[in-house]
Design a protein around this ligand. Structure first.
Ligand code: XUL
Ligand code: MN
Length: 346
């Protein structure tokens, strides 16, 4: 057996939120990003995930020198706090130019905006010392199928991937698939789609995936199998562990809170593959309940981290020989009971 992985955890500043939802306003006081950076280590997290404008607010109106100056300020804060910037993601779903997507918009001016913003995001990633950008392709999809030429859209996405690889010879590109929300149907709904783009690209070694539990569930797939698929291709660069109670809006519930056994299986697959042994982070993309009072509210982050570690302990204390024997005997009824018993601690 290889040495057990000592996990490193990450989250993004958006995971400490003011609690607005589509039906109501903020319910908690805003908590400034710079003060959030000071909370990470105390909460047990050492990786920080960014959107480009988390690092450089208002970047659309800034010139390259101003962008680099602000990135340097954040880099210094991170090094003073002992934090590692895991990735920077271009926020391509907020600006008026992105109402119909960026890279796949039907309008050339919108596509130009998306590419300009992506270059800025890569510059920011390099300036803060992150080795990757993440593409959550929020609006790269359609509300109705007739709106766009889907085949052309895939070509445009591949052209973008290749342009990113050409723009910077070292940056990695991690695609975070999601099947819907905010669009009706996204063009990269699963990790299979993301990995196909990686292999079709000019440098497959630098194109990888980030799998979010809730997104896989929204696609009707098992998150642990999605993770196993990416791991089999050595393309699981990061995860957004959380949970989701059935097919509804993207809930970002605490890891393991809706389906403990599915969470256990994600942990099992990660453990079996040695995920984390090359410094990969356990990212937690969790949202607190809107009912939660206080500012800042961080219990959802520490709770999800703790649940993850409890499940790691559960996996490590499993009778692996018994599991192997039951697999060999093809006695899956007994195997299921063995797992449930173990999870219940009976
Ligand atoms: C959206 C989502 C985002 C990405 C980062 O559903 O998960 O938080 O993880 O942009
Ligand atoms: Mn996510």
């Amino acid at each position: 057996m290889s040495t057990p992985v000592e996990y490193r955890f990450s989250f993004g500043p958006w995971n400490i939120s003011e609690g607005a939802d589509p039906f109501g306003p903020d319910v908690r006081q805003p908590f400034p990003h710079e003060e959030k950076f000071g909370l990470y280590r105390g909460l047990g997290f050492e990786g920080i995930q960014f959107h480009d404008d988390d690092v450089v607010p208002g970047l659309d109106d800034l010139n390259p020198a101003q962008i680099l100056k602000q990135s340097a300020v954040v880099k210094t804060i991170l090094s003073n706090q002992g934090l590692t910037p895991e990735f920077v993601a271009p926020r391509l779903w907020f600006a008026p130019q992105t109402v119909d997507g960026g890279y796949t918009s039907n309008r050339a001016a919108d596509r130009a905006y998306a590419w300009d913003r992506t270059q800025k995001c890569i510059d920011i990633a390099r300036a803060v010392g992150a080795k990757a950008i993440v593409l959550w392709l929020a609006r790269e999809g359609s509300y109705i199928r007739e709106a766009k030429d889907a085949r052309l859209a895939y070509q445009r996405l591949l052209d973008t991937v290749n342009a990113i690889l050409a723009y910077d010879p070292e940056i990695e590109l991690w695609i975070e698939p999601k099947p819907n929300e905010p669009t009706d149907q996204a063009y990269v709904p699963t990790i299979g789609h993301a990995i196909a783009l990686a292999y079709a690209s000019t440098d497959p070694t630098r194109v990888k995936g980030l799998i979010e539990t809730a997104h896989a569930l929204l696609a009707g797939l098992d998150p642990s199998d999605e993770m196993a698929f990416a791991l089999a291709h050595d393309k699981l660069a990061s995860v957004h562990l959380n949970d989701q109670n059935g097919l509804k809006f993207d809930q970002d519930k605490n890891f393991g809170s809706a389906n403990l056994r599915a969470a256990f299986n994600q942990v099992r697959v990660l453990e079996e593959a040695g995920y984390g042994s090359r410094g990969e982070f356990i990212g937690l993309d969790v949202k607190t309940m809107r009912t939660q009072a206080g500012s800042p509210v961080t219990a959802h982050l520490t709770n999800s981290r703790e649940i993850f570690l409890w499940l790691v302990a559960k996996y490590r204390s499993l009778d692996h020989a018994a599991v192997a024997a039951l697999r060999e005997a093809r006695d899956y009824e007994a195997l299921e009971l063995h797992i449930i018993r173990h999870l219940l601690g009976i």
